[in-house]
Design a protein around this ligand. Structure first.
Ligand code: COA
Length: 240
């Protein structure tokens, strides 16, 4: 929420965002969390260039780790975190969107990693997550050319899950509503299986899946979900 600077991620904004994410993690009620930029013009136009310009190498490395740690704060929410991208998601803003579990874009969204134009590289996970999400070649093109892509292209390469008519926030809230209807423990287990699994070799990832699959059978949620199917009625998951 720093619209006069297009929500550029200075240290204070990163700290505020971490505090909000920690509050969301502590609140058991939400089934999903939406992250949006204030002002309608940008999700976030990057790390704060004015702040970065003053850093030396060791400070820059620490700044990178501070920004990277937003990903742990997002995963600690334990529920899907959806980026609602209106306008610019550049540099650190694109990386923040990449840390989220899902991305909803409006037609005016622009995604990009322009750091090389400034003579630096992404430091909030962009070189790693972008390549994992859209593939090495597409990631390298975005990194090496530095020019932003529009919402349609972002959707085409799998960077945006959805492009919606109207505002991204409404689109993200609609997606959150859809997620709110599935089993909340199952949703949580999917997040773990995919996020942790992607960091593992396939065999270890399948082990993790089998364990989590087994754990879902220990809870009431799957009893209710399967009973509802057989009784031809909508499921009533706890907390709805
Ligand atoms: N860091 C710090 N300040 C930023 C910023 C950033 N990443 N992005 C925008 N701002 C500030 C501008 O300096 C300006 O501040 P000012 O009004 O005090 O001069 C304000 O936000 C509005 O931005 P402005 O450039 O005037 O808007 P615009 O509509 O003309 O252009 C962009 C929008 C996104 C094209 C342009 O702001 C831009 O290129 N930003 C940097 C993007 C970038 O390289 N990000 C990667 C950083 S690693």
């Amino acid at each position: 929420n720093r619209p006069d600077k297009l929500n550029a991620l200075d240290r204070a904004t990163i700290a505020a965002l971490k505090a909000e994410l920690a509050a969301a993690a502590d609140d058991p009620a939400p089934r999903a969390v939406v992250l949006a930029g204030a002002g309608g013009k940008a999700f976030a136009a990057g790390a704060d260039i004015a702040e970065m310009a003053r850093l030396g190498p060791a400070e820059a490395e620490a700044y990178s780790r501070e920004g990277q740690a937003l990903a742990q704060a997002i995963d600690a929410v334990g529920r899907p975190v959806i980026a609602a991208v209106d306008g610019y998601a550049l540099g650190g803003g694109c990386e923040l969107a990449l840390m989220c579990h899902l991305r909803v874009a409006s037609a005016k969204a622009r995604f990009g990693q322009p750091e090389t134009k400034l003579g630096l590289i992404p430091g909030f996970g962009g070189t790693q997550r972008l390549a994992r999400l859209v593939g090495e070649g597409r990631a390298l093109e975005l990194l090496l050319v530095g020019a932003p892509i529009d919402a349609a292209r972002a959707f085409e390469i799998g960077l945006a899950n959805r492009v919606v008519e109207g505002g991204a926030l409404d689109g993200a809230l609609a997606l959150a509503d859809e997620i709110a209807a599935v089993g909340p423990e199952a949703a949580r287990a999917c997040l773990r299986a995919v996020r942790e699994g992607l960091r593992l070799p396939l065999g270890a990832g399948l082990e993790l899946e089998a364990r989590l699959f087994g754990q879902t059978f220990a809870g009431d949620e799957m009893r209710e979900g399967t009973a509802a199917f057989m009784e031809k009625r909508p499921p009533r998951f706890a907390g709805r």
